[in-house]
Design a protein around this ligand. Structure first.
Ligand code: FAD
Length: 339
């Protein structure tokens, strides 16, 4: 779906392929499991690389007992992609109210009343039979506006911050592709991976740092050099598991992002995360949760769809999520431009 839309709307993208790397026998089992799981989910093109292919394409830089190739994976200019969606929406008569904050929602007999605050603090009201809550880091709070005490416990979100470091050093590969480690067992994160942009720059990231729910999103790197160094060392340790030759001086702070993360009630992060300040690294946390995409008719709110905890790969999956959400609301599949 993504590639079709990018072609039709001239969105810059590159089908560069992805490697998932196992570094020992235990990880090999997980890699084979990943391959089976992918195939069962309909990803036919996955295949294990031969030892010869790995050596010829990654030379001696990569430590790998096995590599799973996903040839269909790729990268996209995310901003142009969103602009393309905006253009398609406006062409179909959508109005987009940027810089307006949803402050209240109320249930009416057959509809919902939404109150928005404009940048000049003037209130504006909208009435609609359907509402799709896709408020990212705030999606739990927006869901709570209607569900109130009926808000399921597992809709609660944490902010997890991920740093990216740019790589500058010797060539690592014969050609640019994405390289991922095996996802850590039981932890719902993909691990610190090698990612490239459309200008062929290499970055590694993201790691995962838990922020208290009440903290405003903060995208800065720590100012304290000792803390930055500590983060970098942990980061480097993750990378050196599969790129052992990469050194501290090859990595340079680049940017960070904050993801809406769901944790189960039994998680350490859940217990500690709500109370404490920014929690760096120390937490052993076991994420078992996936995205929530629920039509809330069963809770008494027909026509309301909550999308909660949509972190990566929410962008890649965005068109599929949209199609699924439309179907939940009884709308036909996406039109030809989007499929
Ligand atoms: C660093 C980083 C790297 C990522 N890399 C990838 C990747 O490689 N591949 C991938 O597929 N995904 C990736 N993701 C995840 C992807 O960005 C998200 O899954 C996706 O953006 C989710 O889209 P969304 O529309 O649900 O939420 P968002 O993109 O978070 O959009 C939510 C919007 O709602 C607005 N909002 C919130 N509250 C209110 C309110 N009260 N009133 C009005 N508006 C409100 C926000 O301002 C925001 O504009 C990455 C995320 C991060 C942070």
């Amino acid at each position: 779906m993504m590639y079709n839309l990018c072609e039709k709307m001239n969105v810059n993208h590159h089908k560069c392929g992805k490697w998932v790397v196992a570094v020992n026998e235990t990880e090999m089992e997980q890699l084979l499991h990943l391959e089976r799981n992918g195939r069962q989910s309909g990803v036919e093109e996955l295949r294990m690389l031969s030892k010869q292919e790995i050596v010829s394409q990654a030379e001696s830089h990569l430590k790998a007992s096995g590599v799973l190739l996903s040839p269909e994976s790729g990268i996209v200019d995310a901003h142009s992609f969103i602009q393309a969606l905006e253009t398609l929406s406006r062409n179909r008569g959508c109005e987009i109210a940027l810089q307006h904050t949803l402050s209240r929602m109320e249930r009416r007999a057959m509809s919902y009343k939404l109150t928005l605050l404009a940048p000049d603090q003037e209130e504006m009201e909208i009435e609609s039979e359907t509402v799709v809550n896709c408020a990212g880091l705030n999606s739990d709070r927006v869901a709570e506006m209607l569900l109130k005490e009926r808000l399921p416990m597992d809709y609660r979100l944490y902010q997890s911050k991920g740093f990216y470091f740019a790589y500058r050093g010797p060539n690592l590969l014969d050609s640019n592709r994405l390289i991922y480690p095996i996802p850590e067992k039981g932890v719902r994160t993909l691990g610190v991976h090698l990612t490239i942009d459309l200008n062929h720059n290499i970055k590694f990231g993201p790691d995962k740092h838990y922020m208290a729910r009440t903290d405003p999103p903060n995208y800065n790197f720590p100012e304290d050099p000792a803390e930055l160094d500590r983060i970098k060392k942990r980061f480097l340790q993750s990378i050196q598991a599969y790129f052992p030759k990469i050194q501290h001086e090859n990595l340079h702070p680049d940017y960070s992002g904050v993801r809406p993360t769901r944790a189960s009630e039994t998680d350490t992060a859940f217990k500690v995360g709500c109370a404490g300040p920014c929690l760096f690294d120390e937490i052993q946390c076991f994420f078992l949760q996936d995205f929530i995409i629920n039509e809330e008719g069963p809770l008494g709110f027909p026509g309301l769809v909550n999308l909660v905890g949509i972190e990566s790969p929410g962008l890649t999956a965005s068109l599929a999520i949209a199609e699924y959400t439309a179907a939940l609301l009884g709308y036909k599949a996406l039109d030809a431009d989007l499929s």
